[in-house]
Design a protein around this ligand. Structure first.
Ligand code: SAM
Length: 213
């Protein structure tokens, strides 16, 4: 069966891992670099929310001195992430955390940068999820939360490959990154009164926040 978005059981996790290591593989180092540049952060504590098999967190650790916690609600994803961390030789700087974005099992003000790619579209209660992310941010802490592929070239290459697996994938992508969803997220952040900046360009759609000091 082709890739089924939103399926995070064992088969879904294995498929996500396989895609992350092939079709999506060039995307993560590009996004990691964009995070480091746009958030102006290269050390401290990073939380990768909905990390899946860990590719973004691993790319971030490889490109910086950040220590990274991979948070995911799927134990199957975290089992694969554990293996990927070991293969990358980064067990000293990456750790796993089983939990839900709606109830992040971390103390307040314990994270310097919260990143998330491709997970927000599955969160059931966006106001609660963003409140939780904001709670765990340290004063001056940043977010880079959203979805995308880094560049137009990578986005188009991923589309070609993913459409072979799932002819409906373009609709799924466009729904997630399209104007309706962007406005919905912007509305949630405005209602919460959380100062933020929305990046919407060839790199994707990203919520950039800086917590008040
Ligand atoms: N961030 C990874 C990447 O870009 O390769 C994985 C993206 S995958 C499409 C979405 C991930 O979000 C899955 O691993 C899923 O288990 C996780 N997820 C979905 N809802 C979640 C929630 N409420 N709390 C934590 N993780 C969640």
């Amino acid at each position: 069966m082709g890739y089924v978005p939103g399926r995070f059981d064992r088969d879904g996790a294995e498929h996500m891992n396989q895609i992350a290591k092939t079709v999506f593989a060039p995307v993560y180092p590009v996004i990691a670099k964009q995070i480091i540049e746009r958030c102006r952060i290269s050390r401290g504590r990073c939380l990768d929310v909905g990390s899946g098999p860990g590719s973004l967190g691993i790319a971030l650790a490889q490109a910086s001195d950040l220590t990274v916690t991979l948070l995911d609600s799927s134990v199957e994803m975290l089992a694969l992430a554990r293996e990927n961390i070991r293969e990358a030789g980064l067990s000293d700087r990456l750790s796993l955390l089983s939990g839900d974005v709606h109830n992040i099992p971390l103390p307040a003000r314990s994270v310097d940068v919260a990143v998330s790619r491709g997970s927000i579209f599955f969160w059931e209660d966006l106001p609660r999820a963003f409140s939780e992310i904001h709670r765990v941010l340290a004063p001056g802490g940043k977010t880079y939360v959203g979805g995308g592929f880094g560049t137009a070239e990578l986005r188009d290459a991923v589309l070609v490959a993913m459409t072979k697996e799932n002819p409906d994938w373009k609709n799924f992508r466009d729904r997630n990154l399209g104007p309706e969803n962007r406005e919905r997220v912007a509305g949630v952040l405005a209602d919460l009164g959380l100062p933020h900046r929305l990046v919407s360009d060839d790199s994707g759609f990203w919520v950039v926040m800086e917590k008040e000091r």
